[in-house]
Design a protein around this ligand. Structure first.
Ligand code: ADP
Length: 234
């Protein structure tokens, strides 16, 4: 088991963002967390990655508990946050060498070149990050998330704001990465889950309302029907 979420509730002030969420994600699954804005997707990802604690419940990632061993959890996860904060004044290679240093990676120059290759950054590697298109910035974000070779990759709305070409490229890159790693991505677009994921977990108002193979998305009483109902009720 790669990720085990048990009875997670998160309350911000007087708002319940997650309400008793439990789910299990297997090794090398590519799972889409699908839900409208405000459903609780980012909150769940922030808890899994140890950025914020839950109010109740716990999570294990690769067998390590977020409370008992948060450092081991962080080491096993690569995380691309929703707004992908990057140092815009740094050059692509310089930034990745800096990130590799934070992770104390041995042979960091070799690893940085590998990441540039894997994420297709070669063409733009001599530019400052601030000069890159949104699609290439996402590639830099993916490279920083993968540089320490984590088993699990968590991607919060990884394709938001991309044009159709960039969208297709980033989706196929995520699919490629998903052959080797457990990937959890969030989105409010059902087609994204269909295109990239083998499993969809629909979240609405802080609860898991459906969880199924994406093969079943197009069929009658399906995830699609559930998702449409949620989004039209909004
Ligand atoms: P999603 O990622 O699905 O759009 P979020 O997890 O960001 O949803 O948010 C779930 C709910 O929790 C929303 O109603 C949001 O306004 C609320 N929320 C998120 N973060 C905070 C916070 N730091 N303080 C108060 N409320 C928050």
């Amino acid at each position: 088991m790669s990720i085990s979420v048990r009875n997670i509730t998160k309350i911000y002030g007087n708002q319940k963002a997650l309400n008793n969420v439990s789910l299990e994600i297997n090794d090398k699954e590519v799972v889409g967390l699908l839900g409208p804005n405000g459903a609780g997707k980012s909150t769940l990802m922030k808890i899994i990655t140890c950025f914020i604690p839950p109010t109740e419940g716990t999570v294990k990632v690769c067998g390590n508990d977020i409370f008992d061993d948060p450092m081991a959890v962080r080491a096993s996860i690569g995380y691309l946050t929703e707004h992908n904060p990057l140092y815009l004044d740094m050059y692509v290679r310089e930034f990745l060498v800096f990130i590799a240093g934070l992770y104390k990676i041995k042979d960091r120059k070799i690893r940085v070149e590998e990441m540039i290759e894997i994420t297709g950054l070669k063409k733009e590697v001599n530019k400052k990050i601030g000069a890159l298109s949104k699609g290439y910035r996402q590639r830099v974000g993916l490279a920083q998330a993968l540089i320490h070779n984590p088993k699990v990759l968590i991607l919060d709305e990884p394709t938001t704001g991309l044009d159709p070409n960039q969208l297709a490229e980033i989706r196929s890159l995520i699919k490629e990465i998903g052959k080797e790693k457990t990937v959890v991505l969030s989105t409010h677009i059902m087609q994204e889950v269909e295109a990239v994921c083998s499993r969809a977990i629909i979240i609405n108002s802080g609860r898991v309302v459906a969880d199924d193979d994406t093969k079943h998305l197009a069929s009658g009483q399906s995830l699609e029907a559930i998702f449409r109902k949620i989004t039209t009720e909004q």
